[in-house]
Ligand binder design. Structure first.
Ligand code: ADP
Ligand code: MG
Length: 625
């Protein structure tokens, strides 16, 4: 039972094992119990003395903790067990007292091991950065520890290695897999001038990277910090568990007092104290939360706190943004319709100038198409983005306006064409030059491969789905139909998205919002749980409570499943502890449980609840780089 756990092939991080003092203490108490049970005639006269000594020596950590809890005025399992132990020994039941000591020691060691295992699983996940790094400083090349790399160092990365810093490539050419950081699913080509992220995998060639952000300032470092923080903040359910555990110990003591008053039987009284204690709640809950967060992290879902995992388990409505969330956010220009007097190239050229500084995926589509057609794109002298509407820019050609109809109405420019001529699922982008309509560009984006399956899975779980988008109704409705989404609302400005979510929450819905863009950040904050796509804007990832690395919507479904399982496990443990305590106390009060049996029931049920919680721990990873 108390063997070190086997943690498979991890060589770089030390696996949790039973510590020396723990192991020898357990062995010592077991031998003392055997000796007391055997009652060798030669020692018969000294048994009382031997019993007390071994209880004090073996149970020392329990007593120490009990004393600390007493000082802090906290009612805990250690306190009640100490009381029970001392009482058992006082009436001469040394064997019982020693076995109880043994059980408590074993249970605590096992609990420690399982919690360590949870921590270990998280740590392992996060320790993927290389520990030594090759840098070129001045003329020479040296190998230094990761913590000795400084901003401005030129870091040399071989193919197959993880990048240790955020920075810009100075030399070399390679494909880099950044799925774990930004969520971009396919490796991207990187060469001089390109930005690379710590934690991504350098695949094909070697790269020389100028370090610009190191350690905790890298994107990877921030993810690590978020997970570590998550581990430390206590979810409300944990606080509830602690409080409940405290009450149950009081309950046990009250029942014991009543038993003593009514029956006057000291053994029954001790049994009552021993059988109750409620550690299943207190022990299982942090482990379940830790396990849930760890399991999610392993799946590429960063949960920024137990609170959010708990909230996620209660979500009944998922609101999704369209561009970049349900679609790839890599739209393509499918048609250009100039007004008379303009060429398609002129329309695209003006639009590209205006979008040059834009971060919006639609702007990206226009710039890519301008690149394909070989147009030289001028740098705008002035640029302004209006989230949910479009952009305005001033260039050598004049004042250019690009965006949707709301944007144009706000600027008093009228377009006479009906909205959806010929391109039902594409988004219409209007372009105007110096207040005059110039033409429109149609841009279409493909739905993510897994989007339909994810929506269906959510609905099968009884979760409402709703698409809120700033895009025009025809394109939104087309996508909504294709994916089978529960509801579609189009033409919304960012603050209207936020209002809709506030409204849903007011009507009692528990809402999670998934988005990727800067314009989604207010809505993410408004939702009970804000979820950002990994490849989304930095602000959005910061504003979110949950980040889906790898951009896979199925992971959203997975996260909901893990969260629900966590809540279920914790509820099972709550109910189980209450049942065991209630029934156990009843039996003990009537004298049907002797102290030994009571101790066994207590410890066995506690272990069962801990094991129940370990089911949530992530499986051991096989591909440790
Ligand atoms: P979504 O809610 O689908 O993510 P946004 O709120 O980002 O969409 O944008 C809503 C609409 O605003 C887009 O469909 C587009 O019509 C217009 N728009 C926003 N930004 C731009 C831009 N940079 N260029 C052109 N149109 C834009
Ligand atoms: Mg978006």
């Amino acid at each position: 039972m108390a063997e070190p756990r086997n943690h498979g092939p991890s060589r770089h991080t030390s696996s949790p094992v039973l510590t020396w003092p723990e192991g020898s203490r357990i062995a010592f108490v077991a031998m003392a119990a055997a000796l007391v049970a055997w009652r060798p005639p030669a020692l018969a006269a000294h048994l009382r003395w031997i019993g007390w000594a071994s209880i004090l020596a073996g149970g020392f950590p329990i007593f120490a903790e009990a004393a600390e809890n007493l000082r802090a005025r906290r009612m805990t399992m250690e306190l009640s067990m100490t009381l029970a132990l001392v009482c058992a020994a006082a009436i001469g039941e040394f064997f019982t007292a020693l076995v109880i000591t043994l059980f408590v020691l074993v249970a605590e060691a096992l609990e420690g091991l399982t919690v360590d295992r949870g921590r270990h699983a998280l740590a392992e996940l996060l320790q993927v950065l290389p520990q030594t790094v090759r840098v070129r400083r001045g003329a020479g090349e040296e190998r230094v520890g990761l913590d000795q790399v400084r901003i401005g160092d030129l870091v040399l990365v071989n193919p197959g290695g993880r990048l240790p810093v955020d920075g810009r490539v100075e030399a070399g050419h390679s494909f880099v897999d950044a799925a774990a950081i930004t969520g971009e699913p396919v490796p991207v080509e990187r060469q001089a001038g390109d930005w690379v992220h710590a934690g991504s995998i350098n695949q094909t060639g070697s790269l020389d990277v100028r370090a610009e952000r190191i350690g905790p300032d890298t994107t990877f470092g921030r993810i690590v910090a978020a997970v570590e923080q998550a581990e430390q903040t206590r979810a409300p359910i944990q606080k509830l568990a602690d409080r409940l555990a405290g009450y149950l110990v009081y309950f046990a003591l009250a029942c014991a007092a009543a038993t003593w008053l009514v029956t006057g039987n000291l053994r029954s009284t001790i049994s009552v104290v021993i059988v109750a204690g409620a550690c299943g709640i207190a022990a299982g809950t942090p482990l379940a939360v830790l396990g849930g967060i760890g399991r999610c992290a392993r799946l590429g879902i960063i949960i920024k706190g137990g609170v959010y995992l708990e909230a996620l388990g209660r979500i009944d409505t998922v609101v999704l943004d369209k561009t970049g969330t349900l679609t790839f956010g890599f739209p393509e220009v499918v048609a250009i319709e100039p007004e008379s007097g303009h060429t398609p190239e002129a329309v695209l050229g003006c639009a590209a100038m205006a979008e040059r500084r834009s971060e919006h995926p639609l702007g990206g589509a226009i710039l890519r198409q301008a690149g394909v057609l070989g147009l030289a794109v001028e740098e705008p002298a002035q640029f302004q983005a209006l989230p949910g509407q479009g952009v305005r820019a001033l260039g050598a050609v004049g004042q250019v306006l690009v965006g949707n109809r709301t944007h144009f109405q706000a600027h008093g420019i009228a377009f006479n064409h009906p909205q959806q001529a010929g391109h039902p699922s594409a988004t219409e982008i209007l372009v105007a030059l110096d207040g005059q309509p110039m033409g429109r560009v149609w841009v279409a984006d493909r739905a993510r491969g897994e989007a339909r399956a994810a929506i269906q899975a959510l609905q099968a779980m009884g979760v409402h789905t709703l698409l809120l988008t700033g895009d025009a109704a025809p394109a939104a409705a087309a996508l909504g139909g294709e994916l089978g989404i529960g509801g579609v609302e189009a033409g919304l400005l960012p603050e209207q998205k936020q209002e809709r979510i506030a409204d849903l929450r007011k009507r009692g819905r528990r809402v999670a919002m998934v988005g990727d863009g800067i314009n989604d950040a207010p809505a993410l904050m408004e939702a009970e749980v804000g979820i950002a796509m990994g490849s989304g804007a930095d602000v959005t990832r910061e504003a979110a409570d949950v980040v889906l690395l790898g951009d896979d919507l199925m992971k959203l479904v997975e996260a909901l499943r893990v969260a629900r399982r966590m809540r279920k496990v914790i509820r099972q443990n709550f109910a189980g502890t209450l049942a065991v305590d209630g029934i156990g106390v009843g039996l003990a009060a009537f004298g049907w449980l002797n102290p030994l049996l009571a101790a066994f029931i207590h410890v066995a049920s506690e272990l069962a609840f801990i094991l129940n919680a370990t089911r949530l721990l992530p499986p051991h990873s096989k591909n440790n780089q």
